[in-house]
Design a protein around this ligand. Structure first.
Ligand SMILES: Cc1cc2nc3c(=O)[nH]c(=O)nc-3n(C[C@H](O)[C@H](O)[C@H](O)COP(=O)(O)O)c2cc1C
Length: 155
């Protein structure tokens, strides 16, 4: 018999980044965030996807309830972003993301996915829908996976 699963939740939030205007420093800061987040998330069996769009961050964090809670409390207190707003926090039946931490910004290859989601005006108004953030994160993950030839594993 399969072991009973612990309760899984996800949290979807968005925030305004407080990063350096200097592109080299900014990408160093994003790299620093990712390195620590990946280690911490691996340890807590968290899976997540972060989208950086303009000066905004949007992230889906999924995992066991108390791990998601602890992770979000840390993220929420981080001075590298502000105005952290929860868009959705609910139970889920399965995880959607495969990496402990993955982040994406607009590039020439994923530009159409960002354009289709059109998150920026919603973020500027402070009204992005959780489904729009989630949809873009899933689309970006699927796109990256299929470029690596591993899309068939996740149908
Ligand atoms: C936009 C953004 C996303 C982050 N995502 C995560 C994350 O998924 N997991 C995580 O542990 N820390 C994440 N962090 C980093 C945490 O805020 C924090 O710096 C880190 O967990 C170390 O916490 P500590 O200094 O209390 O040990 C994120 C930070 C920012 C600004």
């Amino acid at each position: 018999m399969r072991a009973k699963r612990t309760s899984l939740v996800h949290i979807i939030y968005f925030s305004r980044l407080n990063l350096s205007p200097d592109p080299a420093k900014r990408s160093e800061q994003i790299g620093d965030i990712g390195r620590v987040a990946q280690k911490k998330n691996e340890f807590s069996v968290i899976t997540s996807f972060l989208v950086i769009e303009g000066n905004f961050a949007c992230q889906v964090i999924e995992g066991e309830r108390s791990s998601v809670h602890e992770t979000f409390d840390r993220v929420n207190a981080d001075q590298r972003h502000r105005e952290v707003q929860i868009s959705e926090w609910r139970e889920i039946t399965k995880r959607e993301f495969v990496h402990s931490f993955k982040s994406a910004q607009r590039t020439a290859t994923n530009e159409t996915l960002f354009a289709k989601a059109n998150l920026l005006p919603m973020l500027q108004r402070g009204t992005p829908k959780a489904s729009a953030i989630h949809g873009l994160c899933v689309a970006l993950q699927n796109d990256a996976m299929s470029r690596q030839g591993i899309d068939h594993l996740f149908i």
